[in-house]
Design a protein around this ligand. Structure first.
Ligand code: SF4
Length: 186
């Protein structure tokens, strides 16, 4: 196989793989219009950023469960539109492809094991402390006080709301992290 065919094959495999993943992760389709027409409709505000886009939230009257969320066309800020975060509000919570259990793979193992959330939090805390203790610098090479670790970084998620972002900033800065970034800026 020549180089051109090899690259073409790789490209086809990559596109096929990505399409496969996308279809696996696909959330349930929106409910039929008749269900939406019968649902209770309430207004709300997207929690994810300070733009404050207006939402319409549809709740099934019998079960009391939310069945759909969309942009509010009468809201003066977004006039029915939503960005990717806002559009995914419902699918982030109600999605059969969403992982709900902790899976852990030991180094060099070929198996994933199910663990509890308590186990995961303990393990994360243990590794954070160990890394920070081993890398913390009180002063830099010029003797200036820096109180930092450059061995860890934190990446924020677009699904975090303002309050979660504030709490994470406060926690990461108090640990001495300097590499703090947000997915939306990358
Ligand atoms: S829909 Fe997007 S732009 Fe609007 S408030 Fe939510 S996150 Fe911000």
């Amino acid at each position: 196989m020549d180089r051109r065919s090899f690259i073409k094959l790789l490209g086809t495999a990559a596109v096929g793989g990505a399409a496969g993943k996308a279809s696996q992760a696909q959330a349930s389709p929106p409910p039929p219009m008749k269900d939406l027409a019968a649902a209770r409709k309430t207004t709300s505000i997207c929690p994810y950023c300070a733009v404050g886009c207006g939402l319409l939230v549809y709740t099934d009257r019998a079960s009391g469960k939310i069945i759909h969320i969309e942009g509010d066309p009468e809201h003066p800020i977004n006039r029915g539109t939503l960005c990717a975060k806002g559009s995914g509000l419902y699918q982030m919570a109600v999605n059969p492809a969403r992982m709900t259990k902790v899976l852990h793979r030991e180094p060099h193992s070929d198996k994933w094991e199910e663990k509890s959330w308590d186990w995961a939090l303990e393990r994360i805390a243990e590794l954070v402390q160990q890394t920070r203790d081993n890398s913390f610098e009180a002063t830099n090479t010029q003797g200036q006080r820096v109180m930092r670790t450059t061995a860890m970084a934190h990446l924020g998620s677009a699904a975090l709301d303002n309050e979660e972002c504030w709490l994470l900033q406060a926690m990461m800065r108090s640990l001495g992290l300097v590499y703090i970034e947000h997915q939306a800026r990358i």
